[in-house]
Design a protein around this ligand. Structure first.
Ligand code: HEC
Length: 101
């Protein structure tokens, strides 16, 4: 009985994390990829371009060269940064090609 409950909980959390991951990468691709794409106004960027700590500070320290507040709300940005940190160069699952170069 206990084993079965743990099994159900594990399945639920795997489903949940997959859903969260999908939402995050989609948000990154729509929000950032609008400008950052091959042939777009900015060069493609990807989570594995930088280390997690760099992504974490990038927007907090206003390092982005243009203002994106009109396109990306603070909440969306927080979501995207979580995705970038989770798949940064030094993460367990670096993501190098969410936006093709
Ligand atoms: C309104 C268009 C626009 C949006 C939206 C946008 N960017 Fe940019 N971004 C630029 C421009 C323009 C540059 C400077 C030119 C370049 O790097 O190609 C830039 C530069 C950057 C750089 C610096 C390049 C480097 O290698 O250090 C990073 C990193 C970056 N953007 C990440 C992002 C992320 C992450 C998002 C989504 C939250 C995002 N940008 C959304 C236009 C945009």
């Amino acid at each position: 009985m206990k084993g079965r409950l743990i099994g159900i909980l594990t399945c639920a959390s795997v489903l949940l994390s997959t859903a969260v991951f999908a939402a995050d990468s989609a948000m990154f691709i729509t929000k950032c990829g609008g400008c950052h794409k091959k042939g777009g106004e900015a060069a493609p960027v990807n989570p594995a371009d930088k280390a997690g700590v760099v992504w974490d500070k990038f927007f907090k320290r206003d390092r982005h060269p243009v203002n994106i507040a009109g396109t990306v709300t603070a909440g969306d940005l927080e979501n995207v940064v979580q995705y970038l940190v989770a798949h940064a160069a030094d993460s367990d699952q670096p993501e190098a090609a969410a936006i093709p170069k």
